[in-house]
Design a protein around this ligand. Structure first.
Ligand code: OXD
Ligand code: MN
Length: 597
């Protein structure tokens, strides 16, 4: 019998024969290796040293200006049968896809080093973790993978023990957008990515493995791979409840995961623990609850908007051992981005003298890469092999109108519909127009490795007699008034919403039934000290019946796009909500006594 390492060696040989590198380096993940990589990149000009007095161990990488975000139209999910990829994915026949991308890989590493990067997604000893090997010709990718995953020797040992791994092949190629693909072959557990050095396209452990490939594996094996943060809420009694929350890219997952409660809450003993900020793998435990791990070991966060006000914990962790990508710098080489209240940008993200008239100094999707354990609120439970039990799942989007601050789904099926109905205004995390509303179910539109209809069916299948499933909520921090001002203060104040969720989970708040779900009852959500007037509060907690009827029609049309594969249970649930709304509309058009407030 040939060992896994033989198979790995053979694959490396095959790739080397195709790409013809000058040398091959097997990564061990050591500190010395990291130091050498940094030295190579400094010498080549791939990295620029930042101010080592203020930011020891911090470096800046400037991307090609045409390579600064994920490119969804070049990201393919290549199942043999197109319908398995679904209307939610770009698809190509696997044979054709391999042929097209292998033609690009041909000889592409000439003169370069081929790095073999074994990595583990999740705590190295966790049964929920999964391993992969990325082959890349980019030292920037290797350095980032070392921060973002458990990379090197220990991962290789686990691969040898387990006998399988996800194969990822990456080359930056010529960074030509016309010669760029990010391809996934879920049945083969493999990924091929060419022509981009950007995180989401090139750090293959992250979106490609931990979401697109893992979501496919999760369906086969009975678990969930989700685009969710994980946080722990510690109450004054010292109990910790964990929640997982899905928001589309660049909608504040990192900020929420690292939230510092307002002073009044802190004084009472409330605390937030950060388990993860982007990806969550959940599996049903023997006790019927969902247990979650963060498969990542670092944060690849959006820099602009990260400030003392929005995320002091993130700022605190960014003063050492961080790689910055496409931020601006001050005259004394400190990293700078829009939202920071101190420092002045001297040089913009492209290395030009900063001209405020020429646009932002930092790219709107500029990023930091930093070890998870550097976050002051990092939870030691992030290393737990069994994961953490999830009490609540939260879905959320960026919606200026209609969607209230918070509501709870009635049950699991309704919650799955709420997740499936998610929509959000687009952001700079992907190329394309920013600010247009698009459906982004469970924040997985760019990341679900198979047909969404099958994915919703998979979600519904968790509702078994022995399951003790989390409650499901929906939040919207982004409501605006007619003048375009945010109605809700957000950031640390979101603690108030989390507290209401906990009260619901623990049976301490009754809530108010509405056709779209359960909203906070009068006085249940602590608004003390916020100074919000009725004109602000009313829209945050109102259910605009007519507006929701149109929204439900849009959701129905969206689900219909998936044809007969869409689970009937989800359509029936939509009908139930629609009927409840209709009944409510009729009732409210007949005069009745005003509700007590
Ligand atoms: C990310 C993204 O980088 O969602 O996390 O784009
Ligand atoms: Mn993300």
């Amino acid at each position: 019998m040939t060992s896994t390492l033989d198979a790995l060696n053979r694959w490396v040989d095959d790739v080397a024969a195709l790409t013809r590198p000058a040398r091959i380096h097997w990564c061990d993940g050591s500190q010395d290796e990291y130091r050498d990589l940094i030295a190579v990149m400094l010498e080549r000009g791939d990295l620029i040293e930042l101010n080592q007095a203020t930011h020891p161990g911090c470096y800046l990488h400037r991307s090609d200006p045409q390579d600064v975000a994920r490119v969804e139209k070049l990201t393919l999910v290549c199942h043999p049968d197109r319908d398995d990829a679904g209307p939610n994915n770009q698809w190509m026949d696997p044979h054709e896809a391999h042929a097209r991308i292998d033609a690009l890989f041909e000889g592409c590493m000439a003169g370069r080093t081929l790095y073999v990067v074994p990595y583990c997604m999740g705590p190295i000893g966790s049964p929920l973790a999964r391993c992969g090997v990325e082959i890349t010709d980019s030292p920037y990718v290797v350095a980032n993978m070392r921060i973002m995953t458990r990379m090197g020797k220990a991962a290789l040992q686990r691969i040898e023990r387990e006998g399988h791994f996800v194969k990822g092949l990456h080359s930056t190629g010529e960074l030509d957008p016309e010669r760029r693909w990010i391809m996934h072959f879920p049945e083969e557990l493999s990924i091929k990515s060419y022509g981009s050095g950007y995180g989401g396209n090139a750090l293959l452990g992250k979106k490609c493995h931990a979401l697109r490939i893992a979501s496919h594996q999760a369906r086969q094996e009975g678990w969930l791979a989700e685009h969710m943060l994980i946080l722990g809420i510690e109450n004054p009694e010292g109990e910790i409840h964990y929640i997982a929350a899905a928001f589309p890219s660049a909608c504040g997952k990192t900020n929420l995961a690292m939230l510092i409660p307002p002073e009044g809450y802190r004084n009472q003993g409330w605390k937030i623990w950060t388990v993860g900020d982007d990806i969550c793998w959940m599996t049903p435990g023997e006790d019927g609850r969902l247990w979650a791990i963060n498969p990542e070991a670092g944060y690849f966060g959006v820099a602009p908007g990260t400030s003392e006000k929005t995320n002091p914990n993130a700022l605190a962790m960014l003063h050492r051992n961080a790689i910055f990508t496409n931020v601006a710098v001050t005259a004394d080489m400190q990293p700078w981005w829009e939202g920071l209240t101190s420092g002045t940008p001297a040089t913009d993200w492209q290395g030009r003298d900063h001209d405020p008239a020429a646009g932002p100094a930092a790219h709107p999707n500029s990023r930091f890469t930093v070890a998870a354990s550097q976050c002051p609120s990092w939870s030691p439970e992030a290393e737990s092999a069994q994961g953490v039990p999830i009490s609540a799942i939260v879905f959320g989007g960026r919606r200026q109108s209609l969607v209230p601050l918070v509501f709870e789904a009635r049950n699991w099926t309704h919650g799955v519909l709420v997740g499936a109905s998610m929509a959000s205004e687009t952001t700079a995390a992907a190329t394309g127009q920013v600010g247009v509303v698009r459906r982004d179910p469970m924040a997985m539109k760019p990341f679900c490795g198979y047909n969404y209809a099958d994915y919703f069916a998979h979600w519904l299948s968790f509702d078994t007699p022995n399951a003790k499933l989390p409650s499901i909520f929906h939040v919207n921090w982004f409501r605006k008034d007619a003048d375009g001002h945010f109605l809700w203060p957000g950031f640390g104040e979101n603690m108030r919403v989390l507290e209401w969720m906990l009260k619901r989970v623990t049976g301490q708040a009754q809530g108010r039934e509405t056709p779209i779900g359960i909203l906070p009852g009068e006085g249940e959500l602590d608004l003390d000290g916020l100074g919000l007037d009725r004109a602000t509060l009313d829209p945050l907690f109102e259910v605009d019946r007519a507006g929701w009827q149109s929204e439900l029609e849009a959701i129905r049309a969206y689900l219909d796009d998936y044809g007969p594969r869409m689970p009937k249970a989800l359509r029936d649930e939509l009908q139930r909500v629609s009927d409840a709304l209709q009944a409510d509309l009729q009732e409210s058009s007949t005069p009745r006594k005003a509700a007590a407030s």
